[in-house]
Structures are given as C-alpha cells and as structure tokens.
Ligand binder design. Structure first.
Ligand code: KE4
Length: 426
C-alpha cells in the first residue's frame, strides 16, 4: 500500500535530517512512516504509490481553495513568463499590500517576508525597538515559528516531539521570553505585576491551532487588549493560521479585538512561501529604511508569490466563508454523532474551517494543560485507521484539520463514515 513511500523515506533519511524538511511531517508521534505525495487536485492528494486521500491538512492551512487551484495556476503562469524575481520593487507588491490593508482591520502598513517565522521574528524585534523594552510574553502551547524567542513552551511540532523548550536557545535569549497560560487573564496580570514596564509585547494566537484547536474566550482577549493599553505594551496577533481562514479579516474581525501588529502567512502565499507583518503606520514606520529597526529579505515580496497570493485574496468573499462554515459544520456534526454512538472518549473543538478531534475524557479543552492530558496513543491509532481508509489527517494530536472549499458532499460523507469506522476500531 505504501511501498514507494517507504523506499522514498529510506532514501530521504540519508540526505535530510529525519528525512523531512519540517519535523511534524515525519509522523513520529503517530508511529508510522510519512507518505510521499506525487500531486494534488482539489480536495484530493495522490501519493507516490497511487493511493488517493481526502486532504484534511491543506498544507497546514494555505490551500483554502484546495490543490492545483486553476485561477492561482493561471496567475502564476502569467507571472512566470515575465521572470521570477528582480530584487527590486514591483507594482504587484503594492497591490498585495493594498489588499491586505483593505482586509485586515489592524493594518495600515505591511511588510512582506518569506515565512510565518520571519513575520513573527520581525514583529517582536519591531515591538522591542518601538518600546525600548526587552520582554516578550507568549502563551504555553502557542507556536509562532521556530525563532529563538518562541521556542519556550512552544506548540505544534515542538509540543508534538516533546521539545517545547529547544536546546540551542541561549539562556540570555530565553530569559527575555516570559510565559502565561492561554485563556488565563490572572496569569497575564501576574506577569505584568512581576515585570512592570518591561514587557515590549504580548504575542498570541487569538485562535490557537498549535496545541490542537483551542479558541480564546472573547472576554480574555478584550482584557488582554486593555492590559496592554494600560501598560503601553504592544499586542501582537499571530494570525499566520487564522488570518484569512476564519474570515477575510481573520480572528480580529471575528472577535472585534484589534491588535497593534498582526503577523500573517500561509493563505497569503497561495501555496508559495510568504509571510507578512503589519500594523499602525506609526509603528511600522519604525522599520528601515524609514526607522532604525532593521529587517530585510532577498525574496521578500517576490512577484511569483505575490501573484499566487493575490489570486487567492481577490476571491475571499462572504460566499466562500459560508461554504467553508457549512462543510466544516457538517463534518463536526457527523463526528459528534459518531463519538456519541461509539461511546468514544473524545471531543471536537472547531473555529470556522479549523477543527481538532481530541481524545480525552475532559468535557472541554481550553488551555495547554488541558491539551497535554489528551490520549496520544488513541490519536495515533485513529490517525492510522483514517489514513488506511484514505483520509489524510494532521499527524499529531496537537495540530488542526484545515478544511478547503474543494470538498464535495461525497468527501464529507466519506470523512464522517471513516471517522465512525476508525472510532469503532479503537
Ligand atoms: P512558518 O514559518 O512555518 O511559515 O510559520 C510559522 C508559524 C507561525 N505562527 C503560527 C500560528 C503557525 O501556525 C506557524 C506554522 N504552523 C505550522 C503548523 N502548526 C507549520 C507546519 C510545520 O511546521 O511544518
């Protein structure tokens, strides 16, 4: 069934650390070998053995319209014929910036970079430069990319592999990152009390997707905004995952809580490497060449990625989000029915087209401490059952499903039916 993937993995392990270019792809926590894919189309992925899967990861979020989206490809081909990169300004970069500013409530100016990690690293440097303070407050279980300052109680692959605090991050760096508990305003107040006038920024995933899907409570976000204002601390929403996915204006539109800086990625690249960070002009103009905070990038804003990203952002409309909501709500409803009928110890967290089925006997999961009590062995077995039935889930309990608009009614039915069979097999 997966022979060619096995052979490919044996080969890649000789060439690439762990055989993969990003750790969570190694399938370590689900105790099986990764699948190597040959191509995708719409809601489907096809592996090198010719197996077909319904893709529930969408490349960790970017592919909101599914694989090999026709309009994105046409735009890419058009720009490909003109060249690939110039290392100089192009009009399409301004078009992209204008579109992001139109869509994201907090953004008056935006800088393009090449990944979500670059966006968050740059955002905290900007916040430190703008406030002349050193400390960054982040939340347990939140993942903001692999920048040194973030690999402290980090989520996603770091949490999956049990490496939330990575070696190689110096004590001097780590001391400038302080931790609070997600959805616990008391823990935030305590840190501000302990570190008066020293906190440059609070960075948060307003809808967390890196400990599995855990939403902020709205009152928590509102209080967080107030505490930042009272302490002249910048509030950074890391919307690399939630941006353009939960709504055209991301989580900040849904919650109506406006950060000072927003970081973006994934969907804005249409499948090509892109990140971005933006905020109030007064803050963003602190960046070189206007201001003293330096950040740069050879391929930042490259026209190919801009053309792919814009082909997506230009199609974000109410109808799309209604479709994504309907598809994902049907799957959630089906899962909840199956959990009940199979008497499984599991719950489902969902925000728009992001969703996680947690194996737990807890009533709800609202924090890192809740999430770490999940049954990882159950998830691993469930993952493999679903994989063998042709449903490609995130290979970690601490990741999210990302649903695309390319799902058919048959896809929805198949996912729900396979979910039931997989739960029965546990
Ligand atoms: P990238 O550097 O991977 O483009 O973005 C980092 C990042 C920043 N902020 C948030 C909220 C993120 O979710 C991410 C990256 N997400 C992971 C999935 N949990 C990427 C997948 C991977 O690491 O392979």
């Amino acid at each position: 069934m997966y022979n060619k993937s096995e052979i490919a993995f044996e080969q890649s392990k000789k060439l690439i650390p762990g055989g993969v270019n990003s750790p969570v792809r190694a399938f370590k926590s689900v105790k099986c070998n990764p699948i190597f894919f040959d191509h995708g189309k719409g809601s489907k992925l096809y592996d090198v053995d010719g197996n077909e899967f319904i893709d529930c990861i969408s490349s960790w979020g970017p592919l909101i319209f599914g694989h090999a989206d026709k309009i994105t490809q046409e735009k890419l081909n058009e720009y490909l014929l003109k060249g690939t990169t110039y290392g100089a300004p192009t009009i399409i970069e301004s078009k992209m910036a204008k579109k992001i500013i139109e869509l994201v409530p907090s953004i008056e100016k935006v800088r393009m970079v090449n990944s979500g990690t670059e966006a968050t690293m740059s955002a905290i440097r900007l916040a430190r430069g703008y406030t002349s303070r050193n400390l960054i407050l982040k939340f347990s279980g939140n993942y903001h990319g692999h920048g040194d300052s973030f690999l402290i109680k980090a989520g996603s692959g770091a949490m999956t592999l049990g490496l939330p605090d990575s070696p190689g991050v110096t004590k001097n760096t780590a001391k400038d990152t302080i931790i609070a508990e997600f959805n616990s305003i008391e823990s935030v107040k305590e840190q501000f009390k302990q570190n008066l006038d020293q906190i440059a920024a609070v960075i948060i995933e307003p809808v967390a997707g890196n400990m599995g899907l855990v939403k902020s409570r709205r009152d928590f976000l509102v209080e967080l905004r107030n505490i930042c204002d009272e302490n002249k601390t910048l509030l950074i929403f890391d919307e690399v995952m939630s941006g353009f996915r939960l709504a055209a204006g991301g989580a900040q539109e849904v919650y109506n809580v406006i950060p000072d800086i927003t970081t973006l990625g994934k969907i804005i690249g249409g499948g090509l490497p892109v990140g971005a960070y933006g905020g109030k002009s007064e803050i963003m103009d602190f960046l070189a060449p206007n201001g003293p905070v330096y950040q740069a990038g050879t391929l930042s804003g490259n026209p190919l990625a801009m053309s792919a990203g814009l082909s997506v952002l230009n199609r974000l409309n109410k109808k799309l989000y209604e479709k994504l909501e309907n598809i994902t709500k049907k799957i959630e409803k089906g899962f909840l029915k199956n959990i009940k009928e199979t008497k499984s110890k599991a719950i489902v967290n969902r925000a728009g087209s992001m969703m996680t089925l947690f194996f737990t006997d807890q009533e709800k999961i609202e924090s890192y401490n809740d999430a770490v009590r999940c049954n990882l062995d159950q998830y691993a077995k469930y993952f493999k059952n679903m994989l063998d039935m042709g449903i490609y889930l995130p290979p970690s309990q601490y990741e999210c499903m990302f649903i695309s608009s390319a799902y058919s009614e048959n896809d929805i039915k198949k996912i729900i039916d396979c979910n039931k069979k997989s739960l029965e097999l546990l």
